[in-house]
Design a protein around this ligand. Structure first.
Ligand SMILES: NC(=O)C1=CN([C@@H]2O[C@H](COP(=O)(O)OP(=O)(O)OC[C@H]3O[C@@H](n4cnc5c(N)ncnc54)[C@H](OP(=O)(O)O)[C@@H]3O)[C@@H](O)[C@H]2O)C=CC1
Ligand SMILES: O=C1OC[C@@H](O)[C@H](O)[C@H]1O
Length: 384
């Protein structure tokens, strides 16, 4: 018997629509028969009409309640878990609203504006025995799981360097202007929180997450930020992370692993959109390399290149069953965690989300990039 969870959708923007469409794809198309999803409520902070339109455009089956406020959504007793799909600036207030109403939460990336906010949310979830997860969907792709397993099995030896890029190559002024959430400091915009999180995801899921929990140590970070001249949100950020490793038990010299995480909205990882410029992610070990292709946030294949004399190059293509976007895998993880009464996901534990937020805090400190006090605040409730 499938364990069905009932979703409440907070906000009616672009990603909320993508997520809901994935939720509506039959899990059996991806060989998942142990869980099922129902969308039982949608809320818009602007108007109930907007929620109604969203429900009809996405083809959500009845009954699905439409609300004109987030407060009404979190008060709905039919909702098990709230998916928060608002801009970064609002995550802390919105997640807290849901947790205070005793709802489980899946919150879009970046988790919060800063680590202090993330810590408080995790503490509340802990105290109230609620599930909470940052929606870094890429981590739940079978491709990501396979790459992590290959590293853990020692397929490419000790991983000493990871290079990861998530860059868009937009005409920034023309496409994003000054008010879009991508570049608007009032919405905690900028390439770091919006796209850099994916470059950091690849560095962390390969160099940090693959270690036993007790051996995971936060990296040191050196970084450069290029501000966008019209708003001062970052348009490009490059980070160099240095991960200390444990002393090997055989007495060998300990190594330090390096992660290079890049992001830009003005230059592109893939300028001709044909992959001509090579893989956005290279995971380099002492016995070979794994290259990941496609967008860093939506990878589509990977290649294992053993060191000379170590075997053949292997290519692995990954599919998106049911013609989905790929967000259903994180949703399935939420359903399984709720079924198993887990409070956090093993794929992205609270501690790791917080360490990544701390890295981004430090990068912003080094680059002198601040957001308005109101959205950096941990005060609650605050009207933003
Ligand atoms: N996982 C992924 O692939 C992606 C994740 N994201 C993440 O999802 C979140 C939302 O992004 P996206 O859907 O593209 O953004 P949109 O601007 O399209 O939608 C955001 C929605 O948030 C609500 N909202 C509440 N307060 C505000 C406010 N002050 N200003 C603007 N919107 C507000 C609005 O819904 P309403 O009026 O109905 O309340 C709005 O439609 C971000 O955290 C982003 O990083 C974004 C794209 C892809
Ligand atoms: O999270 C994201 O991933 C996909 C991108 O298109 C989007 O801008 C970003 O927010």
């Amino acid at each position: 018997m499938a364990h069905t969870i009932r979703w409440g959708i907070m906000a009616t923007g672009w990603i909320a629509d993508m997520f809901v469409r994935d939720l509506l794809i039959d899990p059996k198309t991806r060989d998942a028969s142990d869980i099922a999803h129902k969308v039982v409520a949608v809320a818009s902070s602007s108007a109930k009409d907007r929620a109604d339109q969203f429900i009809s455009a996405a083809g959500i089956p009845s009954p699905c309640a439409a609300y004109g406020s987030y407060e009404a959504l979190v008060a709905d007793p039919n909702v098990d878990v709230v998916y928060v799909a608002t801009p970064h600036s609002h995550h802390y207030q919105n997640v807290r609203l849901a947790l205070e109403a005793s709802k489980h939460v899946l919150c879009e990336k970046a988790f919060t504006v800063n680590a202090a906010q993330a810590k408080i949310l995790c503490e509340i979830a802990q105290q109230k025995n609620l599930f909470l997860m940052e929606a870094v969907w890429t981590r739940y792709f079978p491709l990501s799981v396979q790459v992590r397993q290959l590293i853990q099995k020692g397929e490419i030896g000790e991983v000493l360097r990871v290079i990861s890029d998530t860059s868009f190559g937009d005409d920034v002024e023309e496409k994003w202007g000054t008010t879009h959430r991508m570049v608007n400091p009032d919405l905690a915009g900028g390439s770091l929180l919006d796209l850099g999180i994916y470059s950091l995801t690849w560095v962390f899921q390969t160099l940090y997450h693959t270690l036993p929990r007790e051996q995971r140590k936060p990296p040191t970070v050196t970084s450069q930020i290029t501000p966008y001249h019209l708003t001062d949100a970052d348009e490009a950020t490059t980070m160099l992370l240095s991960f200390p490793t444990s002393t090997p038990s055989n007495g060998a010299h300990p190594h330090i692993s390096q992660g290079v995480a890049m992001t830009s909205i003005r230059v592109s990882t893939d300028p001709d959109e044909k992959g001509t410029s090579g893989p956005p992610i290279r995971i380099q070990g002492t016995k070979g390399e794994i290259q990941v292709f496609g967008r860093a946030f939506r990878p589509t294949s990977y290649r294992i290149i053993p060191k000379k004399g170590g075997g053949e190059v292997r290519d692995v293509e990954c599919s998106f069953p049911g013609d989905g976007h790929g967000m259903y895998w994180e949703a399935d993880e939420v359903a399984r965690c709720l079924r198993d009464q887990k409070r956090e996901s093993e794929g992205l534990p609270w501690e790791e989300s917080i360490v990544i937020m701390e890295v981004m805090d430090e990068v912003r400190r080094q680059g002198g990039m601040t957001y308005p006090q109101k959205i950096e605040s941990t005060e609650y409730p605050l009207h933003l």
